[in-house]
Write a protein that binds this ligand. Structure first.
Ligand SMILES: [Zn+2]
Length: 289
């Protein structure tokens, strides 16, 4: 499942490709993805120029000259493939079944952007820009993990008094947006915090962030920034050698590493897998307290 760094990478690739160009044609090969496409979806996109692009949580927001925003969520398996005008065509390292190419967007310069989604948990919406903040998909979403609003005092306030585990609190999208299972495991290992301790246990009553909060905030930024940088390096060739956006290989320190030695120097622990709220958690019981 694409997490925030993958979505950021996809957004940057689409931004490079689409912003400043006009959508010439939109071909919908079915009536729905996870949800039906909005009524007149293709008509409302055709002829519009792309004025800019943003990511919010795990949503890609494509701003259009009409004042509408094309909102795209990749779900479990959605990805965009770009066939830039003037290149030989798709040459994908990742095999794809063209039967799952559900949307094909042609830009005015001939570039083709294909949305492929085998499991079809992804979806697309069209929302007036002026309604975006209040839209049900966005009005309850927490702060961006890489934005200025995520800081020690904020997290101290948000976690104070919470009996939920630190893992669950970090995955609560109403507090911090876009943090998923993989990166929460990595963040907790980096900040030496046990996923099982309560979120409230790292806070102070005074509001001044406790000494365990600052390393946690720093780890969130560090882990995501490095993952995005890894995506960025996979991006430089997109459209030339691969054409595929959205998935790249990471080296995870604890995620999916059960039974392996803890990668932290001087730690003799072994990575353990437990289940919290139905999801696998990977952590080192020796250095994460
Ligand atoms: Zn360890």
């Amino acid at each position: 499942m694409p997490e925030l760094p993958e979505v950021e990478t996809v957004m940057r690739g689409l931004d490079l490709t689409m912003t400043g160009k006009t959508i010439h044609q939109v071909e919908l090969r079915r009536k729905n993805l996870r949800f039906p496409f909005p009524e007149n979806f293709a008509d409302d996109l055709e002829g519009q120029s792309v004025t800019g692009m943003k990511r919010r949580a795990k949503y890609i927001q494509v701003h259009l000259s009409s004042g509408n925003v094309l909102v795209s969520h990749l779900g479990m398996s959605g990805r965009f493939l770009i066939n830039q005008a003037g290149t030989a065509g798709f040459h994908n390292e990742i095999p794809r079944n063209v039967a799952h190419d559900h949307v094909v967007i042609t830009l005015n310069d001939g570039t083709l952007i294909t949305y492929n989604d085998p499991r079809r948990f992804g979806y697309m919406l069209l929302v007036p820009e002026t309604d975006l903040e209040h839209h049900p998909r966005f009005c309850d979403i927490g702060v961006e993990p890489l934005g200025n609003h995520l800081n020690g005092p904020f997290l101290n306030d948000a976690f104070r008094g919470r009996a939920a585990s630190l893992k669950a609190a970090l995955m609560d999208q109403r507090i911090v947006a876009g943090l998923g299972n993989i990166y929460v495991c990595e963040v907790l290992h980096m900040s030496r915090l046990s996923p099982e301790r309560s979120a409230g246990s790292i806070t102070t009553k005074s509001g001044a962030p406790g000494k365990r909060i600052a390393p946690l905030v720093a780890a969130i930024r560090d882990v995501l920034t490095r993952a995005i940088a890894a995506g960025g390096s996979s991006l430089k060739d997109f459209g030339h050698t691969d054409g595929s956006l959205g998935y790249f290989q990471h080296a995870f320190k604890v995620y999916d590493q059960a039974g392996k030695d803890c990668p932290r120097e001087s730690c003799k622990g072994t990575i353990r897998r437990i289940v919290q709220n139905g999801r696998s958690t990977f952590y080192c019981p020796v250095c994460q307290k």
